[in-house]
Write a protein that binds this ligand. Structure first.
Ligand code: GLV
Length: 320
């Protein structure tokens, strides 16, 4: 029997499958575990299931001890994990790709609709009991049909968002490290562009690249200045991909038309400037937040832990 530490509460079926074979300790509270409690809890763990709110670095790995075999992050993004530090200690790292693709694309498209059709603004009118009447020119948004969605990072979530956009009659442009397979390009009628070209061309820019040093502030003042003043920016990837201060300035100056954000640079803090702007839709990191998806994410992380502890290959390993 090995010791499995789960750093935050996850859906029960995953915990049960771990308990069937191992001793499990889980941080039961719904609020993130403190750093101090984390360092204490991981001691002696053979496997750790971590949430994206926990920074897993050398200090945590050393606090766990040399018996640690696997760090299963319950998220597709793993920028909270020091992967080289895990590799140095022979700890396998896994993430949860695939199972949250559709849910996250739904939120990306939800934000596209919220911003282009001014749904948040409209809701605030009603909730604040501001007098209103149907009017030919009242709260007019921007239609999507015939417009171009620019996808930055055409991985699974980028593709799923592009498919939704096609159903809304949009054209697809993408910027990605590699050319997408011909069959997919044909299905999406997707045109590959470099990032600068895409920014200048797209009516909606949606970010779907992983966060790393290379994508830190990928969208800053210079990139926002390239966008059309009628265009929208949507981020469901990771907050620090966007320079939030530059975004606030671009929105204030009317350099772009609006933004929809599910993730924030200093999450859970949100730049005050964003809160004052009406042309921004803000939601609290809900990309994968459905019962079905969270259940599947936790189960995939548990299955990865069970595989490695059982001497089998992990299902979804992050390559060091
Ligand atoms: C959520 O943001 C994830 O990376 O899974």
């Amino acid at each position: 029997m090995s010791k499995v530490v789960v750093t935050g509460r996850v859906p029960e079926p995953a915990v049960e499958s771990l308990r069937a074979e191992h001793e499990v300790w889980m941080h039961e509270d719904i609020t993130p575990i403190s750093r101090e409690a984390l360092l204490e809890a991981v001691a002696g763990a053979d496997a750790i299931l971590s949430l994206l709110t926990e920074k897993i670095d050398a200090e945590v790995l050393d606090a766990a001890g040399s018996q640690l075999q696997i760090l299963a992050n319950v998220a597709v993004g793993y920028n909270n994990v020091d992967v080289p530090a895990c590799a140095e200690r022979g700890v396998v790292v896994t993430n949860t790709p695939g199972v949250l693709t559709e849910a996250t694309a739904d939120i990306a498209f939800g934000l596209i609709l919220m911003t282009t059709r001014r749904l948040g603004e409209g809701e605030r009118v009603i909730r604040s009991q501001t007098p209103w009447a149907w009017g030919m020119f009242y709260l007019l948004g921007s239609g999507l049909q015939g417009k171009t969605l620019g996808v930055i990072g055409l991985g699974g979530i980028g593709v799923a968002t592009a498919r939704r956009a096609r159903a809304f009659g949009m054209r697809i442009a993408y910027a990605s490290r590699s050319e997408c397979p011909a069959e997919l390009a044909e299905e999406l009628q997707a045109t590959r562009m470099d990032t600068d070209e895409l920014l200048a061309h797209a009516d909606v820019v949606s970010l779907h690249c992983p966060y790393s040093e290379a994508t830190h502030h990928l969208i800053g003042a210079e990139q926002l200045a390239r966008m059309k003043d009628t265009a929208y920016l949507v981020n469901t990837a990771r907050g620090p991909i966007v320079d939030e201060a530059a975004l606030v300035k671009a929105l204030r100056d009317g350099q772009i038309a609006g933004a929809g954000l599910d993730v924030f640079e200093k999450e859970p803090a949100v730049h005050e400037g964003l809160l004052e702007l009406d042309n921004v839709a803000l939601v609290p990191h809900l990309g994968s937040a459905t019962v079905e998806t969270r259940t599947a994410m936790a189960q995939l992380a548990a299955d990865n832990a069970l595989a490695v502890l059982g001497g089998r290959d992990p299902l979804t390993q992050v390559q060091p």
